[in-house]
Design a protein around this ligand. Structure first.
Ligand SMILES: Nc1ncnc2c1ncn2[C@@H]1O[C@H](COP(=O)(O)OP(=O)(O)OP(=O)(O)O)[C@@H](O)[C@H]1O
Ligand SMILES: [Mg+2]
Length: 289
């Protein structure tokens, strides 16, 4: 069992507060960290991987402060940063070899571990190829492979699906879901549908504050009977956009199918639908603005 306890964590840049009073406990499982640009997601992750210092608060791994654990803590962390620096002149295999040495892996284990992570991310066949020929999705997968070299107990992925095509997003989503059985996996994203069905828990950050937390199911209760779909004409779209929070538009044979959030059922021809995490995200962002 792993337990990462975060108590009153804060980060200030000058007088700008990037993270404020963040208190939360992560245990084994997959956590989705969501929130708009500048919410503090990367700041939190950077503190957890000891990439930046904190201004206030504590982080405890299994009851011990991480500063005190030092190398012991760093050895159990895997991290895929948002800003991906990648050594383009390396082959996939050489890159992983380099990272394995940086991480101080046992020399005798390195080649078998590299093979294992390359197979896991489905890049074993291209291991001799240079990274600069890799697609965005392949690069992201090699970065995930790098983060897994030391069998981390805590894996932190900062927007791992940003900029990828739908097929690669699904592929990465499946990889991550497979990893999260017996470790803490924290993944930040703007594409909430990427974590909706794999994250056991959602942590919603806004302006450096934790504003919502819970399982997707628990959170979506807040929107029960408030998401509607209805067929309208093209001319009515603007009117709905002004009156309601519109979370979807789809062309239909008889007009436009609009999805929107409203407090009450108004007319007979609108019907309530199951809210999803994207509706929820838009809704929370709006009530916070
Ligand atoms: N090095 C820095 N110096 C000053 N301010 C910073 C620095 N890094 C982050 N910030 C500020 O801290 C706040 C939180 O930024 P952070 O990068 O954690 O947000 P984020 O949720 O990861 O956003 P995004 O979704 O855009 O990646 C922002 O207001 C940002 O401008
Ligand atoms: Mg970020």
């Amino acid at each position: 069992m792993n337990k990462l306890e975060i108590i009153n964590l804060a980060k200030k840049y000058g007088n700008k507060t990037a993270l404020n009073n963040f208190t939360y406990t992560f245990e084994n499982g997959l956590y989705g960290l969501i929130g708009p640009n500048g919410a503090g997601k990367s700041t939190l992750m950077n503190i957890l991987v000891e990439g930046i210092s904190k201004t206030n608060g504590d982080v405890l791994y299994n009851g011990e402060k991480i500063e005190k654990l030092g190398k012991e803590y760093r050895n159990i962390i895997g991290y895929v940063p948002q800003q991906q620096g990648i050594y383009n002149n390396f082959s996939a295999e050489d890159f992983l070899n380099y990272m394995a040495n940086l991480k101080g892996l046992n020399k005798k284990d390195i080649s078998s571990k590299i093979k294992e992570v390359l197979e896991f991310v489905d890049l074993y066949g291209v291991r001799k190829n240079k990274l600069d020929g890799f697609s965005g999705g392949m690069k992201q997968r090699i970065l995930i492979a790098q983060a897994l070299l030391n069998n981390p107990e805590i894996l932190i992925l900062d927007e791992p699906t940003a900029g990828l095509d739908p097929k690669e997003r699904i592929r990465i989503r499946n990889l991550i879901a497979r990893i999260s059985m017996n470790k803490i996996v924290i993944i930040s994203t703007h594409i909430v549908s990427d974590i909706e069905f794999i994250a056991g828990n959602i942590v919603f950050l806004y302006g450096g504050e934790l504003i919502r937390k819970g399982s997707p199911k628990e959170l979506l209760k807040e929107l029960e009977n408030q998401v509607f779909e209805k067929i309208i004409s093209e001319e009515q779209v603007e009117n709905y956009n002004e009156k309601f929070l519109v979370s979807g538009l789809m062309s239909a044979s008889t007009g436009i199918k609009i999805r929107y959030i409203d407090n009450d059922k108004l007319t007979d021809d609108e019907y309530a639908v199951e809210p999803n995490l994207e509706d929820y995200y838009l809704y929370i962002e709006k009530i916070k603005m």
